[in-house]
Design a protein around this ligand. Structure first.
Ligand SMILES: Cc1cc2nc3c(=O)[nH]c(=O)nc-3n(C[C@H](O)[C@H](O)[C@H](O)COP(=O)(O)O)c2cc1C
Length: 273
């Protein structure tokens, strides 16, 4: 049920919604008002471009009204200078304050992250969040206890056991990087682009979080942890078959007063065909 609604008093019959629809399922009716024929409705990818592109806020779909969207004008996006500063200045933060992030801020970041693009707009992501530092501490203890009890670990995961020892002996928190929170983003393997969707959403979350003054770490070591201790992955509630990635986050206790310099870190090739 698409619930495609056009306010006749606002629609100026410009046809922009018809042109911008990626599935080309909107057509002008005899009254020159846009319509979606019932047999075309199943082809809608629910992207809401029709609602977003309408210059007169006449189009609603899927129960969404244009008045509930954020308005966009020429100055709504961050400037290139500010975006560049964010992209160059974002750092992997490995030192955190022992305090919870305001839950309202976490909810806001996750809601904005849900706007990340996904293959064919399927939006099949699950966000699993540890938003309480005491829960995080319990997970930390379970991981450390699990590693202590693990005897038959493949050599390639030996680093994990060393990391466990480093915490016990020197309080060097290599696995959790002292973070109070973790986010897991997962997608079912049969989604059109699960790896890309998960990684993109995580990258969006990272930039949003850092723009809000939070620190983040892509939590690659969690993949190792949950391969060695799969029962903990189940306890967190991650669907067993889902593709997932994890990120640690919290309020940083370290400040970077300048960017790093990596503009030459990628090979740039110009194609001339
Ligand atoms: C996919 C991925 C996994 C990562 N996993 C970890 C991790 O488990 N622990 C950690 O401390 N840093 C991790 N990092 C952070 C990288 O080491 C870091 O991005 C790199 O050293 C560059 O530093 P920067 O992010 O401050 O620019 C990971 C980064 C990526 C992209």
């Amino acid at each position: 049920m698409l619930n495609f609604k056009v306010d006749e008093t606002l629609c100026n019959r410009c046809g922009l919604c018809v042109q911008d629809c990626p599935s080309r399922i909107i057509a002008m009716g005899d009254d020159a008002l846009p319509r979606i024929a019932p047999d075309k409705a199943p082809n809608c990818i629910q992207c809401q471009h029709c609602l977003a592109v309408c210059p007169t806020a006449a189009v609603g779909i899927l129960g969404r009204k244009p008045a509930d969207s954020l308005p966009l004008g020429p100055d709504s996006f961050p400037t290139l200078d500010r975006m560049e500063r964010l992209v160059r200045g974002r750092r992997t933060v490995r030192h955190y304050r022992d305090e919870n992030v305001d839950p309202a801020l976490i909810r806001r970041l996750l809601a904005a992250t849900a706007n990340a693009p996904s293959g064919i707009n399927r939006r099949e992501l699950t966000f699993t969040v540890i938003d309480d530092k005491d829960a995080m501490q319990r997970l930390r203890e379970k991981v450390l206890a699990g590693l202590d009890a693990t005897t038959n670990i493949p050599a390639r995961y030996g680093y994990l056991l060393e990391a466990g020892r480093a915490y016990r002996e020197q309080h060097n928190d290599i696995i959790f990087r002292t973070a109070p929170h973790a986010l897991f983003i997962s997608a079912p393997p049969d989604a059109p682009c699960p790896n890309q969707d998960v990684t993109l959403a995580m990258a969006y979350f990272e930039l949003l979080a850092q723009s809000a003054g939070l620190g983040t770490v892509w939590w690659g070591i969690a993949q190792m942890v949950f391969l060695v201790l799969p029962e903990l992955k189940a306890q967190i509630g991650l669907p067993p078959d889902h593709i997932y990635y994890a990120m640690l986050f919290g309020t940083p206790s370290v400040h970077y007063p300048r960017t790093v310099q990596r503009d030459d870190a990628a090979i740039v090739r110009r194609v001339q065909i």
